[in-house]
Design a protein around this ligand. Structure first.
Ligand code: TRP
Length: 327
């Protein structure tokens, strides 16, 4: 059976947290069964914004890849690799750059937003403008049919499709495959404080968080602000704790709804129970990750094998591309 191909990636800029699990990783784990999957640690993309703290990137490459393995990415099923170890990405990036108009890049909403938001990172750079071109190269090298991404990445996917069409049209070929975005269906999980979950707000639970820290963090979560006393009836639809139940303990959703609406249990108790559930969810994988990180050779072997497998596919595409271009 010829499985369809998936490629996706994450930037190794920090620790992975439960938002990454809900928004991406859980999806990846599921997709492994029915697709040929390539999962990439996008360290060049990380460097574009983290070039001033570049020494941390290597550490996060290994850390994030260990999370992937602990949470169920199976290196026997899927190819796990590191972008910078497959130099074909940069070669194809160049070949796509020559035909990508500046207007497409300057108009990209993510470019404008990031420049405005990440002032301290000084990402008003040549490389950062080309972020979506490198991302297109990532996808095109593996002839991916689908790319599981969050909504924020849709402009990049659209740009990739435009680049593919332009390339195929100029060189009168069908060598490049137009990928589809595959949106995650789960709603975005907010941070512990109700803002967007983000590294810089420190409002997340890491995928390798210790039990005590999970409990402490959940205890700080903001619930329905109108429910001041336990006897007050609450509104689960606006409560972030309830949203966490819906994602991590869906079988309790109705029950928790009833506790809250009818003031049967207070927020403190509700959070304690959620914390127990989150500990039960995270602890086994966190411990597995610790085991993985104890045997450094194991993770390096997996990445080396993945890099080689990825390169075989990438090189094939690059040879085809060079042939049609005539370079
Ligand atoms: N830009 C993606 C993000 O920030 C990461 C990424 C890099 C990626 N290359 C990719 C995602 C290729 C999908 C496909 O999340």
């Amino acid at each position: 059976m010829n499985k369809k191909i998936i490629l996706s990636g994450m930037r190794p800029t920090g620790k992975l947290h439960i938002g990454h699990w809900v928004g991406a990783l859980s999806n990846w784990v599921r997709l492994q069964e029915s697709y040929r999957c390539f999962f990439m640690v996008a360290d060049w993309h990380a460097l574009m914004s983290e070039y001033k703290n570049s020494t941390n990137i290597k550490e996060y490459v290994v850390d994030n890849a260990s999370d992937w393995l602990a949470y169920g990415i199976d290196p026997k099923e899927s190819v796990i690799f590191v972008q910078s170890h497959v130099p074909e990405h940069l070669e194809l990036n160049m070949m796509l750059s020559v035909l990508t108009p500046l207007g497409w890049l300057f108009r990209c909403p993510t470019f404008k937003e990031q420049i405005a938001q990440l002032k301290d990172k000084e990402i008003n750079t040549y490389a950062f403008l080309g972020y979506p071109v490198l991302q297109a190269a990532d996808i095109i090298l593996y002839k991916a049919n689908s790319v599981p991404v969050g909504e924020d990445q849709l402009p990049h996917l659209e740009l990739c499709r435009e680049i593919v069409r332009k390339f195929n049209s100029i060189y009168k070929t069908e060598v490049l495959v137009e990928p589809q975005a595959m949106l995650t269906s789960t709603p975005r999980l907010l941070g512990l404080d109700g803002r967007k979950m983000s590294k810089s707000y420190k409002n997340y639970i890491a995928l390798d968080e210790e039990d005590n820290d999970i409990r402490k963090k959940i205890a700080t979560m903001i619930t329905d602000p109108q429910r001041i006393k336990k006897e007050d009836k609450g509104h689960p639809e606006i409560c972030n704790v309830h949203a966490y139940y819906a994602v991590f303990v869906p079988e309790m959703k109705e029950e928790v709804d009833d506790w809250c609406r009818n003031a049967l249990r207070g927020c403190v108790e509700c959070k304690k129970i959620l914390a127990d559930k989150m500990v039960a969810f995270i602890a086994p994988k966190r411990d597995k990750k610790k085991e993985i990180l104890k045997k450094k050779d194991y993770i390096y072997d997996i990445l080396n094998v993945g890099n080689k497998k990825a390169q075989i596919t990438a090189e094939k595409t690059l040879v085809e591309v060079k042939e049609v271009v005539g370079i």
